[in-house]
Design a protein around this ligand. Structure first.
Ligand code: ADP
Ligand code: MG
Length: 455
């Protein structure tokens, strides 16, 4: 379990006043629309000795702040507080349903998401094999008997946590290890970009190969999404073989067994089955209590057993939700300025998790907003036969589905007239890039985001 660390937190009041000075400075730097859209809804949550944590409504705000405004905020903070702080943005709706960050490729020696370690991974019957195998792999890179290690099981059961723990631990044992952690989505994305770049850079695909075939530890998350683009499976097959033949360690995660992954080529399935398959199962009651205790302990709160039992009886499916409940309670208690967690407070927090109070956004409702805004007839964005000029609104609509509504890539592709999810990835990247470089796009996205949310 996690060891206590010094936190050195600023008081809520300090954080508020620091943030308001930062805002005053930012206001001078950016346009009114941008300020109102991206900064007015931000809530400063806390500030430790090195990190300022901001709360926002949804992924799109987080995305915008992290990609476009990070350095601006960072320098304003230096001016206000006299020191450099890291900025962390959390989605308030994810507080009840958090997603771990996917750290892309890290240079040798770089720490991965440090929150995910073996020491704070609670072990039980449901995950002991997966954990033991992961630990063994991390200690024996290059000599492991489990290659590839294939971790599978439902969402929110700790697979991504284990991948990061392997990366973190392996780097303690082996200095200068080249480690890549990547989601299948990002890997495909990188591959598609390499293909697209071929026209201007003859070496782009070669660079892709060099990047991924030259690592000691290759951690690929959510491999169930691999079925899509044919060329990608071919490329992945060769990457896999090259790594495997050279004794490099491969770890894959999936929400299902290799045999159940749609469109997975036979030759890849065979390879995924070659090493050890280890599952993670939903936690039983005792395990749920143990997880709650560990999450609460690591946040310095003391909660009655009665309350823990209440939560463990009500949240059964996955660890992510248990963690969400704890975070929500802590958030509520900090709003109420108490560290005493009562049953009433727990009930309040849980009610929030069970009740989907947020309006359910659908692809159709987002398309509707975007079509209206650009004055395209209904159905234009989905149609296969429309002129090229509709592709920009369509990309924006895909971007909103992904970033505001947090929908899955395959779902978005399907509802946009059966398009491939790599098309969606491309659209999201394109708009992200445009937001960074073109003020008009940023403004359009800002307005549409409001329309989508308020619609
Ligand atoms: P998956 O990748 O299987 O969907 P994650 O690894 O993202 O799940 O886990 C979801 C959340 O639950 C993470 O915050 C993770 O730290 C936490 N978690 C999952 N399993 C455990 C465990 N056994 N002990 C502690 N935390 C866990
Ligand atoms: Mg995961």
């Amino acid at each position: 379990m996690q060891t206590n660390q010094e936190h050195d937190m600023h008081s809520k009041q300090d954080v508020k006043s620091i943030w308001s000075s930062v805002l005053t400075m930012l206001k001078e730097e950016i346009s009114d629309v941008s300020f109102q859209t991206w900064f007015e809804p931000v809530e400063p949550l806390s500030m430790s000795s090195n990190t300022l944590t901001l709360g926002v409504q949804s992924g799109i705000y987080k995305n915008m702040i992290m990609t476009k405004y990070y350095s601006l905020i960072e320098s304003a903070l230096v001016a206000v507080a006299g020191e450099t702080y890291q900025i962390e943005v959390v989605c308030l709706d994810e507080v009840s349903n958090p997603k771990p960050e996917s750290a892309p490729v890290a240079a040798p020696g770089k720490v991965f998401n440090p929150k995910f370690t073996f020491s704070n991974f609670v072990v039980g019957n449901n995950n002991s094999l997966a954990r033991a195998a992961s630990l063994a792999v991390s200690e024996n890179i290059g000599n492991s008997i489990h290659n590839p290690l294939f971790l599978y099981g439902g969402s929110g059961l700790g697979k991504t946590h284990l991948l990061h723990a392997i990366a973190n631990n392996a780097q303690l044992f082996h200095s200068n290890l080249k480690v890549v952690y990547i989601t299948t989505e990002n890997l495909m994305n990188d591959y598609v970009n390499a293909l697209l770049a071929l026209t201007s850079d003859k070496k782009s695909v070669q660079k892709f190969k060099d990047k991924y075939r030259n690592v000691d530890l290759f951690l690929v998350d959510d491999i169930q999404f691999v079925g899509g683009r044919d060329g990608f499976q071919e490329e992945f097959f060769h990457t896999f073989n090259e790594l495997y033949d050279n004794g490099r360690q491969i770890v894959l995660t999936s929400d299902r067994l290799p045999g159940e992954i749609p469109k997975l080529e036979e030759r890849l399935r065979t390879r995924f089955n070659m090493g050890l398959l280890a599952d993670v199962q939903p936690p039983d009651f005792e395990m749920r209590i143990a997880i709650l205790k560990s999450k609460i302990q690591s946040e310095y709160f003391d909660v009655d057993d009665e309350i823990l039992r209440y939560i463990a009886e009500n949240i059964r499916s996955n660890v992510r939700d248990l963690e969400g409940a704890v975070k929500k309670m802590l958030l509520y208690s900090s709003i109420q300025r108490t560290n005493r967690i009562t049953l009433e407070l727990a009930e309040q927090a849980l009610k929030d998790i069970f009740q989907v109070t947020k309006k359910k956004l659908t692809v159709a409702s987002i398309i509707d907003v975007v079509e209206k805004y650009f004055s395209w007839p209904k159905g234009s964005l989905v149609s296969q036969r429309r002129p090229k000029s509709v592709s920009y609104p369509r990309q924006i609509a895909m971007y909103l589905c992904r970033e505001v509504a947090d929908m899955s890539l395959p779902d978005i592709g399907r509802d946009f007239g059966g398009r491939n999810h790599t098309t969606v990835i491309h659209a999201v990247n394109k708009i992200n890039e445009d937001i960074r470089t073109k003020p008009e796009t940023e403004k359009t996205v800002a307005i549409l985001t409001e329309n989508v949310i308020k619609n």
